[in-house]
Design a protein around this ligand. Structure first.
Ligand code: FAD
Length: 617
């Protein structure tokens, strides 16, 4: 087989972790300066070079704004009815997670009787690593018991990428990771077979064809908790059995299995993070085995290279049509985000060595570079949350997950948020079908103002902290958590736009786009998700800016038009600069605020009250 001719340069693993440092200018030469060419580029596009080519890629139809209700239906024809939600709640409709569990349990005896044939397969999905991989480890154990070969498989599904709104940066990262993974596996004599499946409905059929071709009897995969994936796997479990093949699906991307934690009194799934987290910590203290990490497989028998020689050196396909970065983005994104599990582990180690102790105090400052920036690796599965939490726990040094150094304990709890939101998908599956977690929030009469949405997308709202964040997203395909909250609140509560448009836009651009975390974050910020804030809150973007970017470093980095603005005026240049100074900024193309926060706040309160039919939102 020819080596891959994928058109991207091999990313180097690097020990230089300046990647997302902000401000970057003095610390790294790897990311181009935001001010480069600003004058010449600006007039053509109205935005700085950070945005060239990378913006915006939202695919909403032009709308008639006559009736918000009609418009909403047009955007979200697939939104579930409230009746269907009730049917899920009452158990009349089986939850996709239960369907898969049922498929696995009802076939377990028959599957256990299937004899091992020539090979066992591990199907990589969102778990692109060799170490601490539950299903890979189980597949390996199976081969060891019979001395047969382990083969690994990855299916590229352009339709899934489209349906799940995986961004070009994310797809590019996955494909680059496969290059590294193939090499890591090759060192273990394990082939990685990669194939494109154009029609996502044929995924099961393709897997079965390959299993038969390889005379493989068992296939293992780690569970994906989105509804399409749960249903797909349930179908394949049964389909495989018909062909005397055992498809085993196991938990891996969460540490405690979903369903293990229920509220004390009512025995129901948790809806609020804090009590869930307490229960999670207790559960893991009582069951520390869930934190044990799995070693990578030892090498396959040498003969595998002979019997399965056609499977080695399998080419990695290029990014599918519609998911390609433009040439400028390619250079930037690939040098910013090196792939692979070694890279992830080195980054984790460095973060634990140097930053985690101060995490609690530093994590909210977007210019401070105080977070791990590991989300891209969690999303691709190049790092397991078990490994991450385990290593952090070791650093805590007292065997617990929540006592001792506050920075470490706080970081573990943030990884907990990721896990909590995965549980939400399992127990409240309608969130995967464009339905708000809190069903009554479907009735909010959101606005669908194209001009406002475009201003938000392109970082031209006139609110510097919002614009800086949106431009960081456009450039880096990543945004700091604090500013994710600020821009999400701004979209839903200052612009009164349907938060699902923002949710979608994030997925279209983020390199760490993860359905569960993104949906959870948007739900929280728009107050329509789980874990409601104790009272209805509207972030004041100005106060947020002053509190979390006090010197304006983050703004100056990403909004070059404001680079020379001094002092507190950076947070609100239109209101705080004298007219002459403002005129200079305006001449550079920076806009006035598109809404006044005080008025917007009032509008939002009315909108929420109206939608919820009550006096208080
Ligand atoms: C509106 C909105 C959208 C978001 N969309 C995504 C998304 O698509 N993908 C994604 O991974 N995260 C998302 N988050 C969560 C969070 O912003 C990112 O995980 C975080 O910014 C990643 O940076 P980090 O790796 O340095 O995080 P750290 O602060 O170092 O945290 C460590 C890890 O914990 C997890 N984590 C931290 N905070 C959260 C959180 N609030 N929710 C869930 N997991 C968390 C992440 O896996 C993160 O990598 C979103 C948050 C909001 C408010």
């Amino acid at each position: 087989m020819p080596k891959s001719n994928a058109p991207y340069a091999k990313a180097k693993n690097t020990s230089d972790y300046n990647v997302p440092d902000v401000p970057l200018a003095s610390k790294s030469t790897r990311i181009p300066e935001a001010t480069e060419n600003i004058k010449s580029e600006h007039n053509r596009t109205g935005v700085g070079p950070e945005l060239q080519g990378g913006i915006p890629r939202y695919h909403y139809p032009k709308l008639s704004t006559k009736e918000d209700e009609i418009v909403m239906r047009k955007y979200y024809p697939a939104e579930m009815s409230n009746e269907r939600v009730e049917m899920y709640k009452s158990g009349q409709l089986p939850k996709p997670f239960d369907q898969l569990e049922q498929a696995l349990s009802s076939t377990s005896t028959a599957r256990s009787e299937i004899p091992v044939r020539n090979a066992v397969v591990h199907w990589f999905r969102g778990d692109l690593r060799v170490s601490d991989n539950t299903a890979l480890h189980m597949a390996y154990e199976k081969t060891k018991s019979k001395g047969v070969s382990l083969i690994s498989l990855f299916l590229v599904s352009p339709e899934d990428y489209e349906a799940h709104i995986k961004s070009p940066a994310r797809v590019d990262f996955i494909l680059r990771t496969l290059e590294v993974l193939r090499e890591d596996l090759d060192n273990l004599n394990i082939p990685l077979w990669v194939e494109v499946v154009e029609d996502r409905k044929n995924m099961g059929k393709k897997v079965m064809q390959l299993m038969e071709k390889w005379n493989a009897s068992h296939i293992f995969g780690n569970m994906e908790y989105e509804v399409d994936e749960l249903r797909r796997d349930a179908r394949i479990v049964n389909m495989a059995l018909q062909k005397n093949i055992d498809f085993t699906v196991v938990h891996d991307s969460v540490i405690a299995p979903p369903g293990a934690l229920l509220t004390k009194g009512t025995g129901k799934p948790f809806m609020v993070f804090t009590p869930w987290f307490k229960a999670w910590v207790t559960y893991l203290h009582e069951n520390p085995n869930y934190l044990e990490v799995f070693p990578p497989p030892t090498p396959n028998p040498k003969e595998t290279r002979i019997y399965y020689r056609d499977l080695f050196d399998c080419p990695i396909p290029p990014c599918p049509e519609g998911k390609r970065l433009n040439p400028k983005e390619v250079e930037y994104v690939r040098s910013t985000w090196p792939p692979g599990e070694k890279e992830a582990l080195a980054r984790l180690q460095k973060f634990l060595n140097e930053k985690v102790m101060a995490y609690k105090d530093q994590r909210d400052f977007p210019s401070g570079n105080g977070t791990s920036v590991l989300s891209v690796h969690f999303a691709a599965g190049t790092l397991s949350s078990r490994t991450a939490v385990n290593m952090a726990r070791e650093l805590l040094g007292n065997g617990t997950l929540n006592t001792g150094n506050k920075g470490i304990a706080c970081w573990i709890s943030e990884v907990g948020w990721r896990e909590f939101y995965r549980n939400i998908l399992v127990d409240f599956p309608w969130v995967c079908m464009t339905k708000p977690f809190k069903v009554q929030y479907s009735n909010i009469p959101w606005q669908y103002n194209d001009a406002h949405f475009e201003a938000w997308c392109t970082g031209r709202t006139g609110y510097p902290i919002v614009d800086a964040a949106m431009r960081q997203l456009a450039s880096m395909k990543y945004m700091h958590n604090r500013t994710r909250m600020i821009v999400a609140s701004f979209l839903a509560k200052d612009l009164c736009l349907d938060w699902r448009k923002g949710e979608r836009f994030f997925m279209e651009h983020l390199i760490d786009g993860d359905f569960a975390s993104n949906n959870g974050g948007w739900g929280w910020s728009s107050s329509s998700g789980c874990d409601p804030q104790p009272y209805f809150k509207i972030f004041n973007p100005l106060l947020q800016s002053e509190k979390f970017d006090p010197e304006g470093d983050y703004i100056r980095k990403w909004v070059p038009e404001l680079k020379h603005v001094k002092g507190k005026a950076i947070h609100a240049p239109f209101d705080r600069l004298d007219r002459k100074e403002w005129a200079k900024i305006e001449a550079l193309g920076y806009p006035k605020p598109i809404v006044k926060h005080v008025e917007a706040k009032g509008r939002a309160m009315e909108m929420y009250k109206k939608g919820l039919g009550r006096e208080k939102p």
